[in-house]
Write a protein that binds this ligand. Structure first.
Ligand code: SF4
Length: 536
């Protein structure tokens, strides 16, 4: 594996080209201003089809704080503003080429597990119709119990529709935010954004390299796009229910535009929701709105704002700073509408329905992450089958147990976070991991790849050390974990009066303390301690 450290800032735009280990820094003035897809096409034309490109678009160049890094024609490493970091260095792209083979210690074992997991992947169309997922969302909402779901069950709809399989289910179950998190499902009929409608545009499936599942999709929309990536759940929700926007064409347009400009669609949809709330409350000065009608669901305004954010024009310049900084400029009253943790706009999963999201949004070294762990994924991972201390949830249990500030819940959250750190380091996909550690052979494959002979418990300790390092990195740069603030609304303060989150709140500060303890960190300030955590 090669790791790049890019230090310093150049005065004129450049890109870095790496060819069989030889590194060169090349001028990129001609690429500056191009969108991500044009940039990738130009660089591939220049360096050949074996080259792989990671690049930024105009949003990264203009230092929008939530600009991302794109590869594969708009697949975005969207969160946390890494595109703005590249833009600040005037680094337009990384172009990688190489013919060296990856050495593997024990190829046969890797091949065995690769075949075994491939056999579990769904073939052909899902036998579950889209409306069943909607029904499931409604039932989940009504049931007083939580049912542990086998990850294999998630694969057929996921293989066919990807993250869109939960579009409707998430709205009706209360997982998806509606109207900048202050609405409820009754305000947003989901028919227009359902999987059945979206899948009519699907032209071919999109697989990341070597993935047998292929959760992505390339769409063709007659007269508009010959080829565009299907908008993922987060994008459909950020620009859909979150803004009360029911127009699927407008959501597809925003998806394509964010991909081309290099914007994180979660944060972009979120800042527009924030602006619409502030507009409604009379908190946006007229000189900033300049005649724009920031009404819920107004597609023209949404599209204009995304462009203004990209190029930092007028109100877009303020919104390009993200909700936390924008609210500071607009005054105390605007804070209420800035839904963030530690300055990062929150993803499209409501912690009032699953408080594990709340703990992770607040306590992970990168706040506001939805891809670390949650109740359902922890239960799919089956960690307890391989890790000696990972708690095994009952097949079904009262929903209120999820909200308890117990050591068992803290241990599940810590185990989920450590395991995700292992997946990330191994370059594995979270979705494929849904089949569970007992079926994926991840620990066996890691040993086979490296020649190490570590036990699952030892790998979990590695995951813990990764989390330690991430935490120490923040502390070294002056970010104290106990100073991270999350919007009170997602704690259930004040409690929602309508919808699935009605009356739900939980002791998030207490849960964070127990989580830190289980991670082996000081429960009060979140600093990693010398000794391992409670559960190792
Ligand atoms: S690797 Fe993951 S994200 Fe990529 S296509 Fe496969 S399941 Fe989807």
């Amino acid at each position: 594996m090669t790791v790049f450290f890019i230090k310093g800032i150049v005065s004129q735009p450049v890109y870095v080209h790496v060819h069989n280990g030889k590194v060169e820094i090349l001028p990129a003035e001609d690429l500056w201003g191009k969108d991500t897809i044009d940039t990738e096409d130009t660089l591939i034309q220049r360096h050949g089809t074996r080259a792989r490109v990671a690049c930024i678009g105009p949003a990264g160049e203009n230092l929008v704080r939530y600009a991302g890094i794109s590869n594969h024609h708009g697949r975005m490493a969207g969160r946390s503003g890494l595109g703005a970091v590249m833009g600040s260095k005037k680094l337009k792209a990384l172009v990688l080429e190489g013919k060296n083979k990856v050495e593997i210690h024990d190829r046969a074992t890797i091949q065995y597990w690769s075949k075994a997991t491939s056999k579990l992947m769904p073939r052909g169309k899902s036998s579950i119709p889209g409306w069943v997922l909607l029904l499931m969302g409604r039932i989940m909402n009504l049931l007083p119990i939580n049912i542990r779901i086998d990850g294999l069950m998630s694969l057929p709809p996921f293989g066919e529709w990807g993250t869109n399989s939960t579009n409707e289910l998430s709205v009706v179950s209360g997982d998806a935010p509606v109207r900048n998190w202050r609405g409820n499902p009754a305000m947003y009929p989901t028919k227009n954004v359902g999987v059945n409608r979206i899948s009519t545009y699907q032209r071919k499936k999109y697989h990341c390299t070597a993935c047998p599942l292929g959760c992505g999709s390339v769409m063709e929309i007659s007269g508009r796009y010959k080829e565009t990536h299907r908008a993922e759940y987060e994008t459909v929700t950020a620009f859909g229910s979150n803004l009360l926007n029911q127009d699927l064409d407008s959501i597809f347009d925003m998806n394509e535009y964010c991909n081309r400009m290099g914007l994180d669609s979660i944060s972009t949809g979120s800042v527009i929701g924030f602006a619409m709330d502030c507009y409604e409350q009379g908190l946006l000065p007229e000189n900033l709105t300049a005649g724009l009608l920031l009404e819920w669901g107004n597609q023209e305004t949404i599209s204009k704002l995304v462009e203004m954010i990209t190029y930092r024009q007028g109100l877009g310049d303020l919104l390009a700073e993200g909700v936390y900084r924008a609210a500071k400029v607009l005054g105390d009253q605007a804070q209420k509408y800035a839904i963030h943790s530690g300055g990062q706009e929150l993803p499209m999963h409501d912690p009032r329905m699953d408080p594990v999201y709340g703990v992770i949004y607040l306590a992970d070294p990168t706040p506001g992450r939805h891809t670390i762990t949650n109740t359902m994924e922890y239960e799919m991972f089956n960690l307890w089958t391989r890790v000696s201390w990972a708690p095994k949830p009952a097949p079904q249990y009262p929903k209120r147990e999820k909200y308890e500030n117990s050591q068992e819940n803290a241990a599940k959250n810590a185990a989920g976070a450590m395991y995700k750190a292992i997946l990330d380091c191994a370059g594995l996909c979270l979705f494929g991991a849904h089949i569970g550690v007992d079926r994926s052979g991840i620990f066996e494959m890691l040993n086979a790849a490296t020649g190490l002979e570590l036990t699952p418990d030892e790998y979990m300790r590695t995951g813990q050390r990764v989390q330690d390092l991430r935490q120490w990195f923040n502390i070294r740069h002056g970010v104290e974990p106990d100073q991270v603030v999350i919007n009170a609304l997602v704690r259930g303060q004040p409690p929602a009066v309508k919808g699935p989150a009605r009356g739900l709140s939980y002791d998030l500060d207490g849960m964070r303390r127990k989580y830190w303890q289980a991670m082996g960190w000081n429960e009060m300030d979140g600093h990693p301690l010398e000794q391992p955590g409670l559960w190792i």
